[in-house]
Design a protein around this ligand. Structure first.
Ligand SMILES: [Zn+2]
Ligand SMILES: [Zn+2]
Length: 450
């Protein structure tokens, strides 16, 4: 039901005939506005939907969940405990963003759902544990149900899981977003290793060959941060509020303990603070490193909000970990970023995926001294500060995903959540290494019989 193969509005319908159907994720496209950014739920209408699954609480997986729930009014939604706590503030924030965008960009259908509706919908959310089978009544230890499910830690962000569906002995596994390497907080994915019949896997990094280890990239970034401070500048790291902010905040604390970076004011955004509080609340109950490290108590980051940022001037020696990661217009990192450009002592470091069309992508493509447009209303600005990208991805390396595919040796492997080159790399590798696996790149909106 996703409208595109790229990293868009993820949503898939799995149909098990008389035993019912399930919906896997219900995301919003990160760049498309209004109804164009939602999945097409038409194929799910009139079907016997047993449950909706949420793999994790990133916008491209959960953003349209209220719409899927509206379509299927009695159906439960299954998710991990982490997603259960993270999805609620994320969706309420979405309502606020949509209300703003309705007026600023004239999108009459916004907001697509309201705070009041959300408060009702969460009552159908069910939090489930890891690595144990559940029935669709939400009970662990199902008896003779023809269709059951189990969650497996995906290592991507707090609460991220892959969903294993067991249909009369056949195993169908949807990975969601994966990370097979340890991050600062999240431990690597712990996925089922026995034979899978149908594997639906993400392919985000399919076009990027393995480069340096995460620890090498972190060391380079820390050195650049220290250098900027030594030269009397300040550092802006535009960063996703959920997942990346918490990983990097933890990394900064660990570096401080090692005597690196130097104690100084650290700023995070309001949304980043809310998600950090949930990471703290679940610290001991989730599968992560450093369960005693409390993100908000430990370094007491200051909070930057929309009002404060408007009249704020970057201060020498400050570290700003502010969303959005791609410096989307009207977000804090975009507003603050405009004030960073003129001072050659400052640095802007990107740590995640930057779409070439986004303000982050444009800034990265602008040589020092040239001009860039970060916000259309503000017009061109000269880039004097340092701008660099460090790949601290929270997605699995393509080589690791390929190893996993070969290990579980599915009869059918569906490739999703990737750009055309990424999908093509996986298809080529699987066809060469294991030609008996049927590789499917599902065309958006079409039904595939497996
Ligand atoms: Zn994700
Ligand atoms: Zn995703």
């Amino acid at each position: 039901m996703t409208r595109s193969n790229e990293i868009g509005a993820n949503s898939y319908l799995a149909d098990f005939g008389d035993d019912g159907c399930v919906i896997l994720d219900a995301g919003m496209h990160p760049r498309l506005d209004g109804n164009r950014g939602t999945p097409n739920f038409a194929p799910s209408r009139g079907k016997n939907i047993k449950g909706i699954f949420l793999t994790h609480s990133h916008h491209d997986h959960v953003g349209a969940l209220p719409l899927a729930m509206r379509e299927h009014s009695d159906v439960p939604v299954f998710m991990s405990e982490g997603s259960y706590f993270l999805a609620d503030p994320l969706l309420h924030n979405s309502v606020e963003v949509m209300i703003k965008q309705r007026d600023e960009y004239n999108i009459p259908e916004y907001p697509l759902f309201t705070h009041g509706e959300l408060a009702q919908l969460v009552q159908r959310w069910r939090s489930c544990g890891l690595e144990k089978p559940y029935s669709f009544h939400g009970q662990a230890k199902p008896k003779n149900d023809p269709l059951t499910f189990a969650f497996y830690d995906a290592g991507h962000i707090l609460g991220s899981v892959g969903v294993l569906l067991n249909h009369r002995g056949r195993r169908i596994f949807y990975t969601g977003d994966i990370n097979f390497t340890d991050q600062t907080l999240m431990k690597a994915a712990s996925f089922p290793t026995e034979k899978i019949d149908v594997l639906i896997t993400e392919t985000t990094k399919g076009a990027s060959p393995k480069k340096e280890d995460r620890s090498v990239v972190i060391e380079k970034l820390v050195k650049e941060i220290e250098e900027t401070f030594e030269n009397g500048g300040s550092v802006l790291i535009p960063i996703f509020a959920m997942g990346k902010t918490q990983e990097f905040l933890a990394e900064v604390y660990l570096q401080l303990q090692k005597g690196r970076i130097g104690k100084r004011p650290i700023f995070i955004g309001g949304l980043g603070k809310n998600f950090s509080a949930i990471y703290d609340k679940l610290a001991k109950r989730s599968t992560r490193f450093h369960p005693d490290l409390k993100l908000l108590n430990h370094g007491m980051p200051e909070v930057m909000d929309g009002k404060r940022v408007r009249n704020f001037k970057p201060r020498k020696g400050d570290l700003y970990l502010i969303s959005s990661g791609m410096m989307t217009e009207k977000t804090l990192s975009n507003t603050l970023g405009q004030k960073f450009l003129e001072n050659e002592k400052n640095s802007i470091f990107f740590v995640g995926y930057c779409d070439t069309e986004s303000p982050a992508g444009r800034l990265l493509a602008t040589p020092k001294g040239d001009y860039v447009v970060l916000e259309s209303l503000a017009g061109e600005q000269q880039v004097n500060c340092k701008v660099k990208h460090f790949d601290l991805t929270s997605h699995a390396l393509r080589e690791d995903i390929l190893d996993y595919i070969l290990r579980v040796n599915p009869r059918v492997c569906m490739l999703v959540h990737g750009d055309p080159e990424a999908l093509a790399w996986f298809k080529g590798q699987i066809n060469t290494l294991r030609p008996e696996i049927q590789v499917v790149i599902p065309p958006a909106g079409e039904t595939i019989e497996v």
